[in-house]
Design a protein around this ligand. Structure first.
Ligand SMILES: Nc1nc2c(ncn2[C@@H]2O[C@H](COP(=O)(O)O)[C@@H](O)[C@H]2O)c(=O)[nH]1
Ligand SMILES: [Mg+2]
Length: 508
């Protein structure tokens, strides 16, 4: 951290942790309403309930087939469900892991797939599974007895990928038409956890000489709602702009990940008293026609530009306001007096929106917030207490030894053309039992983490795709941004040393 001069935070699901039992349920319910009222879906979905514990991040939606997949770091699909129904191993392997297409292995990144990579997407993925099942139930019902309503008939003919797109569009609408955000603004306490450690954490960074910034895709009005709740427990008329004093720069409506690449994006100044947006000339104040008093104000700001932000000038951009909307990393670097991406640490929850592009394009240091890690670590500790890793290692060793012995026996038989049938049958039996015992213990261990999807960071024995992306793009990861408070702002974080199979004592 010694070389880091600026530490930035994403807001939603990074500083502000939403309560799934209220916030996700609200987003889900509003989405169902849009599907019925805007897209003409059957009214029965208004009665649907959301189980916020069912879905997890890191899954991939196969929009075309109506399946949800969990894969390992090699993109080998280890768990698959059609809607909520488990896919049998044979179908799963045939569909995803034994492709003979000329392009080779499916990359799972085209238009037919969607990543469940933010906590915002759990509800919509759950709803997709419900509608996959509803569509199939209606097709069966229609074939048996007829008598479907117009809305039901329409759903039976809709490809899964269109159902997915309409769910997505409905979710998008909830975020854009104010329905979701107005409800949160009315009662932030109901939807967002407060956090006593937040202000001390931001203050500790600043006292250590770091610039601190907020960079969020939420627009100013919603940011102001959320930050007032987090910092002051204030809402409605009691809101103020005092919380902005905790930051050296506040950028809202940032359009990440475009913010990290698109240098031409216009930046607006936010009037924190009225929430009005003011035009700027690439960040410098502009005087509206006829506002002569403002002109001298603009001159004064320009004269002192940089007082708040070190140099305050970078690439010829002068920045002075407390809060902005839009813009690009170039404006932000200017506000912070940053000349190299390696000086910035950014803490966010979205592997694509926050982490990947900021690191790849700008060389920012990154920290991924993974709230699920707390549960994952509790389960790991329990597993260690029960010696599950030891049991798995022994079972895996026995399985490997017997499979090796069986393969060697089969090879010898093929060369010598003789065989001791009884010995061979016993070996086959032992190898099969060892394989099943190992698999069963692995399944049992995964189920302790999550009954459907297992351990988030593993798929079978391997790192999951989510864990792989995290390792590749996040310099650090933690269950909560507040954990920064537990370490010195000058701490040197060191990675574990890399290990290859031949470096290990045991290959388990
Ligand atoms: N229009 C949409 N907005 C969305 C969607 N999912 C989330 N969001 C909004 O993005 C920001 C995230 O802010 P950040 O602090 O994490 O950068 C927040 O305002 C969400 O409401 C969506 O599907 N469509
Ligand atoms: Mg976020």
């Amino acid at each position: 951290m010694q070389h880091i001069t600026a530490v930035g935070f994403d807001m939603d699901y990074t500083l502000a942790i939403y309560k799934p039992e209220t916030f996700e349920v609200l987003a889900y319910t509003l989405t169902c309403e849009k599907l019925v009222n805007v897209y003409g879906y059957p009214r029965e979905i208004l009665e649907y309930r959301y189980d916020h514990e069912y879905m997890v991040r890191g899954l991939v939606v196969d929009k075309k087939r109506g399946n949800i997949l969990k894969m390992d770091r090699h993109k080998y699909v280890k768990v698959a469900r059609h809607g909520f129904r488990p896919m049998d191993a044979e179908t799963r392997i045939k569909t995803y892991n034994a492709t003979t297409s000329p392009g080779g292995v499916d990359r799972f990144d085209g238009a037919n797939y969607a990543n469940v990579d933010t906590l915002f997407s759990l509800g919509e993925t759950y709803l997709f599974c419900q509608l996959v099942e509803l569509k199939e139930r209606l097709i069966e019902r229609g074939a048996e007895a007829g008598g479907l309503t117009e809305a039901e008939t329409a759903l039976t003919t809709k490809p899964f990928i269109d159902v997915y797109s309409e769910i997505r569009a409905s979710v998008d609408l909830c975020h854009r038409d104010g329905s979701l955000k107005a409800a949160v603004a009315d009662d932030p306490e109901k939807y967002i956890h407060r956090d006593d450690a937040l202000v001390p954490m931001l203050e500790a960074l600043r006292s250590a000489g770091k610039k601190v910034f907020l960079l969020t895709n939420s627009l100013w009005d919603f940011t102001n709602v959320v930050m007032n709740h987090l910092v002051h427990g204030a809402s409605g008329e009691d809101k103020t702009a005092e919380w902005t004093e905790l930051f050296d720069a506040v950028v809202t409506g940032s359009c990440k990940p475009g913010f990290f690449e698109n240098e031409r994006a216009a930046i607006f100044e936010v009037d924190v008293q009225t929430s009005a947006l003011k035009n700027t000339d690439d960040g410098a104040p502009m005087t509206p026609i006829g506002a002569s008093a403002a002109a001298s104000q603009a001159d004064a700001f320009l004269a002192t530009a940089g007082a708040r932000a070190g140099t305050g000038k970078n690439d010829g951009v002068a920045m002075h306001a407390k809060a902005y909307q839009g813009g690009s990393y170039r404006h932000l670097h200017s506000m912070l007096g940053v000349s190299s991406g390696a000086q910035v640490l950014y803490v966010g929850d979205h592997i694509y929106g926050d982490i990947l592009r900021s690191k790849k394009t700008l060389g920012w240091r990154t920290m991924l917030v993974v709230p699920e890690l707390a549960h994952e670590m509790e389960c790991l500790e329990r597993a260690v207490e029960e010696d599950t890793p030891g049991k798995l290692r022994d079972l895996r060793r026995r399985r490997t030894a017997l499979e090796d012995a069986l393969q060697l026996a089969e090879f010898q038989m093929s060369v010598e053309k003789t065989m001791d049938d009884d010995a061979y049958d016993a070996l086959v039996k032992d190898a099969t039992e060892a394989r099943l015992a190992h698999r069963e213990e692995l399944r049992r261990m995964h189920a302790e983490f999550h009954p459907i999807w297992g351990q988030m960071m593993k798929a079978g024995n391997q790192n999951s795709r989510f864990a792989h992306q995290l390792e590749r793009y996040a310099c650090l990861y933690t269950s909560h941004a507040r954990n920064l408070l537990a370490y010195s702002p000058a701490k040197s974080y060191r990675g574990l040393s890399d290990a290859m199979p031949h470096d290990m004592d045991e290959n388990v």
